[in-house]
Design a binder for this molecule. Structure first.
Ligand code: F6P
Length: 325
């Protein structure tokens, strides 16, 4: 290979910038050229790209978001969009791509690379959702979880001062990874996850019991993807049954995706970017680089997308009920 295109796609995640920096500098070190593609696959379709040098990635390690910008690109799902992207990549001399993102990004990358195998593709797991197989952690998950914990600690102060019950929604359309870790870290009374159904009646019984045991304030964390109809619906159903609690709802929203990457995400981003370029140089394609038992290993993109195989840690799930009593 001689020229690598790098892009970030889907929801941004803290740690993407350290990863871009590692991709650029590792490629240049190995005598390759690098093209930065703006706004993910949209930049390929619109021919919005620029040559990157060592200085294009100066002073970005500490920045959240992504200097390349990102987008969720529907036209890339069509044959015409893909063909246009391919023609623009070829015209630039790009023969390998590093795509940093989550499941939507990898689905696109796999389709593209099967259609046009002369452009090698390497995935880097970048999503706060931590829901890809083949990497114990994805870029941004650690920072996002820490951001959530800081916010919930603050809510706990006011919940306690007023003897209130707070329902807090955290991100994760299909994933309870942030909810589970934040819930355990903040001592939530209950954690509602898409991966494990919680009956509202059981939740109400638990909260009533907590009240009888002289709990004055409580925090319930609801993952965005919980199947009980959303945080407001859950709070309303509980309020009807638990009259002696004053209930409030907080949706943390997009603040969870911003902020300076943690030490963990800076190192992970650097390791994954470095590994992705080295894997492409070694002739690999249609793979994802990921962290497994503190080693950087490769997984087939197809396997990385296999949600059914992805599981939250069993010991955390067991612990979450026991420790909250
Ligand atoms: O995939 C990351 C994520 O932050 C999810 O947790 C969330 O459901 C989604 O993105 C929100 O997407 P958007 O920023 O496009 O609304």
């Amino acid at each position: 290979i001689s020229k690598i295109g790098v892009l970030t796609s889907g929801g941004d995640a803290p740690g993407m910038n350290p990863c871009i920096r590692a991709v650029v500098r590792t490629a240049l070190y190995n005598g390759l050229e690098v093209v930065g593609i703006r706004q993910g696959y949209k930049g390929l379709i619109d021919n919005d790209m620029y040559e990157m040098d060592r200085r294009s990635v100066s002073n970005i390690l500490n920045l959240g978001g992504t200097i390349l910008k990102t987008a969720r690109c529907l036209p890339f799902k069509t044959d015409e969009g893909m063909e246009q992207a391919y023609q623009h990549a070829k015209a630039r001399g790009i023969d390998a791509l590093v795509v940093i993102g989550g499941d939507g990004t990898f689905t696109g990358a796999l389709r593209f690379s099967r259609k046009y195998p002369d452009i090698a593709v390497m995935g880097v797991p970048g999503t706060i959702d931590n829901d890809l197989c083949g990497s114990t952690y994805t870029l941004g998950f650690d920072t996002a979880t820490n951001t959530v914990i800081q916010a919930i600690d603050k809510i706990r102060d006011t919940a306690d001062a007023h003897d209130r019950l707070f329902f807090i929604e955290v991100m994760g359309r299909d994933s309870g990874a942030i909810a589970l870790r934040a819930g355990i870290s903040c001592g939530a009374e209950a954690i509602l996850l898409p991966e494990r159904a919680t009956a509202i009646d059981d939740l109400i019984a638990n909260l009533k019991e907590g009240h009888m045991n002289k709990k004055s304030s409580s925090i319930v964390i609801v993952a965005e993807g919980d199947k009980n109809g959303g945080v407001y619906g859950v709070a309303k159903a509980v309020q009807e049954e638990v009259k002696n609690y004053d209930i409030k709802v907080t949706i943390l929203g997009h603040l969870q995706r911003g902020g300076a990457p943690s030490s963990f995400d800076r190192i992970l981003g650097s390791r994954l970017g470095f590994a992705a370029v080295n894997a492409l140089i070694a002739g690999e394609s249609q793979k994802m680089v990921g962290l497994q038992a503190n080693h950087i290993l490769m997984t087939d993109l197809e396997a990385a997308l296999n949600h059914h195989e992805f599981k939250l840690e069993e010991d955390l799930l067991q612990m979450m009920d026991i420790l909250s009593i």
